[in-house]
Design a protein around this ligand. Structure first.
Ligand code: GLY
Length: 311
């Protein structure tokens, strides 16, 4: 059964404000992916379509509207994976390319490599005809950046390092999608500007196959949260391994969130899907923005209930 579930990031700490506009954007993004499936597109086409929609929206931390690094620049990470072939493509720390997910897919399909970073990734994007000089800085993000830079001295943060307080107070969200098509093919995709005020050159889980994105013949998973935590435990791969052993995607994401907390004491979020179109979504933070579509039904929400973890 064809189905798709997407996320618009997890809020890991602090307060979650109502944001109907964001929920509406999620609904449109998931519709884009589901319609791709209805029109005969593959699971890969569907996850790319939904993620591209969110990369265009300034309401999400991906593409246009991404977080800024400590120099006030946008550096993007993204990855995509085809479950049946285990082919994957990823990009880390690339500048000026709005649709990092499409670049990741091109790396998967047109090169013998999986991960390209920085200038090399940008050069490859240029060679295949992608626009590589886009201004991806959204005004609201710039204001956040300027406010932070003003407070640097007062709060005593070292001006060149993202402090734990900073990570607590600023969003570390991401966008992602996982889908299954009518042929039972699974795919996963994740895209992000990464953590606000990150060091230039920092690459997070969204670019790392197995950490923020994974898919095989049995399941697919995309993660969101502070990437360093998922990189330590290869969170997305763990979720898909559990699905491969017969665990329902909902139970799988909950179990891996507990393991991730146990090992890293960091809240996180995952979405997942299996070959039958069963979906899972959960987080151990404050809220997870998600939407899904299956059997003609579309739902978009913020999940506030959190997986219980031992504090
Ligand atoms: N999960 C997004 C990041 O840490 O970059």
């Amino acid at each position: 059964m064809k189905a798709i579930i997407i996320h618009g990031g997890v809020r890991v700490y602090g307060k979650l404000k109502e944001n109907p506009e964001r929920v509406d954007e999620l609904r449109k993004a998931v519709k884009m992916g589901y319609e791709t499936l209805i029109e005969g597109g593959s699971a890969l086409d569907a996850v790319e379509a939904s993620v591209r929609y969110m990369e265009d929206s300034p309401l999400f931390n991906a593409g246009y509207g991404s977080s800024l690094n400590i120099l006030g620049e946008v550096e993007l990470d993204a990855s995509i994976m085809d479950g049946r072939s285990l082919r994957a493509g990823a990009v880390g720390g690339v500048k000026g390319v709005r649709h990092a997910i499409t670049l990741a897919r091109a790396i998967m399909e047109e090169t013998p490599h999986i991960l390209l970073v920085g200038e090399g990734a940008r050069k490859f994007a240029s060679i295949i005809g992608m626009e590589v000089n886009e201004d991806l800085v959204y005004e609201a993000r710039k204001q956040l950046y300027e406010a932070y830079m003003k407070g640097v001295g007062k709060k005593g943060f070292p001006s060149y390092l993202p402090s734990p307080e900073l990570i607590r107070n600023y969003l570390a969200d991401t966008v992602g999608a996982v889908a299954v098509d009518d042929k039972g093919r699974l795919a996963a995709a994740t895209s992000t500007g990464g953590i606000m005020m990150k060091l230039p050159g920092r690459v997070g889980d969204s670019a790392i196959i197995g950490a923020g994105t994974y898919a095989n013949e049995a399941g697919a998973c995309s993660g969101t949260g502070v990437g360093e935590a998922a990189m330590k435990v290869l969170g997305a791969k763990q979720v898909v391994d559990l699905i491969s052993e017969g665990t329902h995607p909902q139970k799988a994401v909950e179990e891996v969130l507990r393991r991730l907390w146990e090992k890293t004491k960091t809240p996180f979020g995952f979405i997942a899907i299996d070959r039958e179109g069963n979906i899972g979504y959960a987080h151990s933070g404050v809220g997870l923005w998600y939407a899904f579509s299956k059997g003609g039904v579309i739902e978009a929400h913020v999940e506030r209930r959190r997986v219980k973890v031992e504090e």
